[in-house]
Structure formats: C-alpha cells, structure tokens
Design a protein around this ligand. Sequence first.
Ligand SMILES: O=P(O)(O)OC[C@H]1O[C@H](OP(=O)(O)OP(=O)(O)O)[C@H](O)[C@@H]1O
Ligand SMILES: Nc1ncnc2[nH]cnc12
Length: 133
Amino acid sequence: MLDAGVGYECAWYCYQLLFCNPEVNIANLPAGVEARGFMFGPSIALAIGAKFVPLRKPRKLPGEVIAEAYDLEYGSDCLEMHVGAVQPGERVIVIDDLVATGGTLSAAIRLLERVGAQVVECACVIGLREVKT
Ligand SMILES: O=P(O)(O)OC[C@H]1O[C@H](OP(=O)(O)OP(=O)(O)O)[C@H](O)[C@@H]1O
Ligand SMILES: Nc1ncnc2[nH]cnc12
C-alpha cells in the first residue's frame, strides 16, 4: 500500500477513516507500527494532543526495548518498543496501514499488554479478506 505515493485526497480520506473511529475518543495513546503505521499515527497523536509510540522493527530503537516475534504470510519478524514508552493503564489505539493475517497487530497488542497497557482499538486502512490466517 502507498508504495507508489499518496495524494492529498487519499491521505485526507485515510486520516478521516482512522480519526472518525469513535474508539479514538476513548484511547489516549496512539501506537504506530513501522513502517506505514508511521504515516497515520503521528497525525492522530497531534489531533488528540497525545504522544506517539513507535513500534519498530528490530535494532532500530536506541534505548532498552522489549520485543515480540510474529509470523507473516511471507516469513517472520519482530516488533520492539522502548521500555517506559507506555505506562500501565494507558488506553492505546494501535495504528497500521493494512491487516492481512493479523500477525503484526497481534504482536503489537501482546507487546503493549506486557507493560500493562489497555489496547482499546486497532485501526487500519485496508483489510485483506482473501488472506488465510
Ligand atoms: O497482518 P499481517 O499479515 O501481519 O501483515 C500486515 C503487515 O504487513 C505489512 O508490513 P510488512 O511486514 O510487509 O513490513 P514493511 O512495513 O517493512 O513493509 C503491513 O504494513 C503490516 O504492518
Ligand atoms: N498480501 C499483502 N499485500 C500487500 N501488502 C501486504 N502486507 C502483508 N501482506 C500483504
């Protein structure tokens, strides 16, 4: 998705789609999945006056991290989050561009719940119904 670039109208549509999700209103912390979750998450953070938590691919974050491995359609990967990025009880919305098997989102949820966060919603622009899980 978005590999060929994205126009203003498309970007605005995606933002509305994510931001008009009523669950955004009960979340106080957006967490975005690298890489394309970073295109949407920071806008939502700005809009609700929150910090943005990046969930990154391995060996990208400079500080101490916790990690969760997961399987995809075409291999396996791992997400990392800085220790202390999220406090217990914070209400998190996880943001990514696309859900296929759901492996990435599941790993993101596990990571956040390990530090006591409450994941209240996941928001993605595209769901691939044809992908077998
Ligand atoms: O539902 P799933 O089967 O887990 O797949 C969805 C994930 O796959 C894509 O990222 P990808 O892992 O290809 O990494 P990229 O950000 O480097 O493109 C996409 O941006 C999601 O994060
Ligand atoms: N089937 C798929 N098509 C495009 N992007 C993807 N990311 C993960 N699975 C994908």
